[in-house]
Ligand binder design. Structure first.
Ligand code: GAL
Length: 417
């Protein structure tokens, strides 16, 4: 059956290079929101145009916790997909388990080392060989604003944490939900890491979330970040617990809420709704983090294949991901910026252009570019999980003090190391 399906796919597309075999590529991801689905469809179409079969394996759930659980089950039963969206240090964890396939041939043939930022390339390699291909760069420390809502509340766009609370009060007094949020551990952690960046700056952030330095984890800046996190909970609506992130973005789009603190995958939702950056909605650095960049690089890791045809389909997909055409269309839909530093940004909107500028400036100066803790860039999945637990417990508690929170945070990180 599968063979027939494959042949049929090749016949329809009819673009297989001579001597090539039509294969199947099954891709596990969690890109199910409007903007995300539009983005991944670009890859599906390109793979199919090359004559291969795309088998979509999407597992809903923001930040991919559900997807990773399903992936582990499939891998344990000896049947992993051809490719899965796996990020950051988790790529090394899968490499250690011996599952990943080398992409070195396709990387060499297409000159990946020439145009990928060194910090990104090294994360994609296991034992010096490419085993994953990066698709984009997301910036996490963004704030999304409905300007009409702010104007009708007489509020202005906040650039500092003090201003943020002023704006939030004005929005609330005017009857709006000030902050659109979904109470899920990863979303709570997404706000928390931006608060740490605002209260402690990039150096403290890195000491805490990359080095796991106990003094940093129990510092005054960390206490302050928790104090602000509690304040966030005062401006949410009753529907916040458990809400998906894209539903929160919709509240900003519909004008029910004034702002959302979320990475620029949120921009994919504004784009999918046909809205224009800078007019219908604003993207502004999370208050107090202007000039810094919390990065989150999505990537597709490759699993060993049993047949040559499927290996070929997999390698074709990897090549396509770093093609200029894919980088352009995928990232316009996804809200991220291309991972190729040589990409022409002229057709991108002002948010993406600002993102690229800050990404380049921070990576060139070596100051202000930090990996996202909440999105698996700064640490192992077990330490990330330990941090999530404490942050979410605090977020949902009215009695945990800041002292208790920082001490629990340091203890949880120590135990997970
Ligand atoms: C992030 C991922 C993004 C986006 C987001 C919401 O971890 O890097 O691509 O999908 O989760 O699901």
């Amino acid at each position: 059956m599968k063979f027939q399906k494959t042949l049929l796919g090749a016949a329809i597309a009819g673009t297989l290079a001579s001597g090539s075999m039509a294969g199947e590529v099954e891709v596990l991801h969690w890109w199910t929101s409007g903007g995300e689905a539009a983005a991944i469809a670009v890859l599906r179409d390109m793979v199919e145009e090359e004559g291969h079969t795309w088998t979509d394996f999407s597992v809903a759930g923001g930040a991919g916790e559900n997807a990773m659980t399903v992936l582990r089950a499939r891998a344990v039963s000896g049947n992993p997909p051809a490719s899965a969206q796996i990020k950051g240090l988790e790529i090394q964890e899968w490499g250690d388990l011996g599952f990943l396939a080398s992409l070195d041939d396709v990387a060499a043939a297409n000159g990946w080392d020439d145009f990928l930022p060194e910090e990104v390339a090294s994360v994609m390699k296991y034992n010096g060989e490419y085993v994953a291909v990066p698709v984009n760069v997301h910036r996490v420390n963004w704030m999304w604003i409905n300007p009409e809502v702010l104007a009708s509340a007489g509020a202005s766009v906040p650039t500092t944490l003090d201003e943020l609370w002023e704006t939030a009060d004005q929005l609330q007094e005017a009857g709006y939900t000030a902050i659109a949020h979904g109470g899920q551990a990863w979303q709570d952690a997404t706000i928390f890491e931006s608060l740490v960046l605002a209260t402690g700056g990039p150096e403290l952030y890195s000491r805490a979330f990359v080095d796991h330095d106990e003094d940093a984890l129990t510092s005054d800046a960390m206490r302050e970040a928790f104090t602000h996190l509690r304040r966030v909970t005062e401006y949410l609506d009753q529907g916040a617990p458990g809400r998906d992130w894209d539903q929160a973005t919709s509240m900003v789009i519909r004008g029910e809420a004034g702002m959302q603190f979320m990475g620029d995958w949120a921009k994919g939702e504004f784009t999918a709704a046909g809205l224009t950056a800078g007019e219908d909605y604003l993207c502004v650095a999370f208050p107090g983090t202007e000039g810094t960049f919390t990065h989150n690089v999505d990537s597709l890791a490759m699993f060993e294949q049993r047949t040559e045809a499927n290996r070929e389909a997999q390698q074709t997909m990897a090549r396509l991901v770093l093609s200029s055409d894919f980088q352009e269309t995928f990232n316009q839909n996804k809200g991220s910026i291309p991972v190729r530093l040589d990409h022409d940004m002229s057709t991108f909107d002002e948010c993406a252009q600002a993102s690229m500028e800050t990404f380049l400036a921070t990576s060139q100066s070596g100051e202000g570019l930090v990996p996202s803790m909440a999105h698996g860039m700064s640490t192992t999945s077990s330490i990330q999980g330990a941090i999530y637990d404490v942050v979410t417990a605090y977020f949902n508690s009215t009695s945990m003090t800041e002292d208790q929170a920082v001490n629990r945070l340091a203890a949880a990180v120590r135990a997970a190391r």
